[in-house]
Design a protein around this ligand. Structure first.
Ligand code: NAD
Length: 283
């Protein structure tokens, strides 16, 4: 049974995961490299819970109780009693390997270890730990408190018991899980990112305008947002690096990034975060 959670990284994903676990009644220890990062992460959680109270989706007493369940520290020794530790630090393979290796010595032997990586091999990260059978990918979606899905990714070494415990954890925190084998992009991004890349090819070939391509997918396929607007939200640099991982990982030209995507990134037009992508967002 998973009754206490550790989270490495208090950024966008880490603080969201902390919030949903705490709101589900689980005590959480969240670490980061600086007190400033932890303070920022906690203020995001606090504001997010406050919004839920304002929308009458949570009582004020439950908000206070959830906040009280989260403790923060820059010291990973605080994970010594956790049943599950989720690594949600910056997306960098060398950094993640180092964090995971350091963590192993701090955890109880039976504790499960997980990563929220979007693109790094679960099998490879598992192999860097002292417990590859008790290691799994827990791929949350952004914003964590709003997105219903939790994608469970089994590395080659992940045991059935670890997978079953991860499924129970997902249910406990109110998420719906799907399970994927370790492979570039896992399941969701494997389908989503080539679809967005194809929309960029279509735009580049002058098949239709950006507005019409997006309207087509919204009105014709019931997508809540068009692929080009979504690319702007994700960030075109992130989109390009995902397609490069697919292209290299599968050795298959069907995953080659659209030349227009490369051009946009080279121009510094990265989407919403720079104010210019397939659409303009002002300053
Ligand atoms: P972020 O930059 O918002 O947060 C990363 C945090 O990790 C920062 O607070 C940073 O200080 C901290 N950190 C760096 N080194 C650390 C260390 N040694 N120990 C502890 N903390 C450390 O990044 P994010 O968007 O939250 O992404 C985190 C992970 O989640 C990545 O692996 C990313 O691929 C994955 N992910 C992101 C999204 C998304 O939409 N942002 C979605 C799914 C998965």
């Amino acid at each position: 049974m998973i009754e206490s959670i550790g989270i490495v990284g208090a950024g966008t994903m880490g603080n969201g995961i902390a919030q949903v676990c705490a709101a589900a009644g689980l005590p959480v220890v969240m670490t980061d490299i600086s007190d400033a990062a932890l303070t920022r992460g906690m203020s995001v959680v606090s504001n997010s819970l406050e919004r839920l109270v304002n929308k009458q989706k949570m009582t004020d007493a439950d908000r206070q109780a959830a906040l009280a369940r989260i403790t923060t520290s820059t010291d990973t020794a605080k994970f010594s009693t956790c049943d599950l530790v989720i690594e949600a630090a910056t997306e960098n393979e060398d950094l993640k390997v180092k964090i995971l290796k350091d963590l192993c010595a701090k955890l109880q032997p039976r504790a499960l270890l997980a990563t929220n990586t979007s693109s790094i091999s679960i099998t490879k990260l598992a192999a860097a730990t002292d417990r590859p059978d008790r290691f799994i990918g827990l791929h949350f979606f952004n914003p964590v408190p709003l997105m219903a899905l939790l994608e469970l990714i089994r590395g080659l070494q992940t045991s059935d018991d670890t997978h079953a415990k991860a499924e129970a954890f997902s249910k406990r925190i109110g998420k719906v899980s799907i399970t994927a084998k370790n492979s570039p992009g896992f399941a969701v991004n494997r389908i989503l990112c080539p679809m967005i890349n194809e929309a960029i090819f279509a735009l580049q070939e002058g098949i239709a305008t950006a507005e019409d391509l997006d309207a087509g997918m919204k009105l014709g396929c019931n997508h809540p947002i068009g692929p080009l607007a979504l690319a702007d939200m994700i960030g075109l640099d992130t989109m390009l690096s995902v397609m490069e991982v697919f292209y290299e990982g599968f050795n298959d030209p069907k995953y080659r990034p659209a030349p227009l995507l490369k051009e946009m990134v080279a121009a510094g037009h990265l989407g919403r975060k720079t104010g210019q992508g397939f659409y303009s967002y002002g300053k």
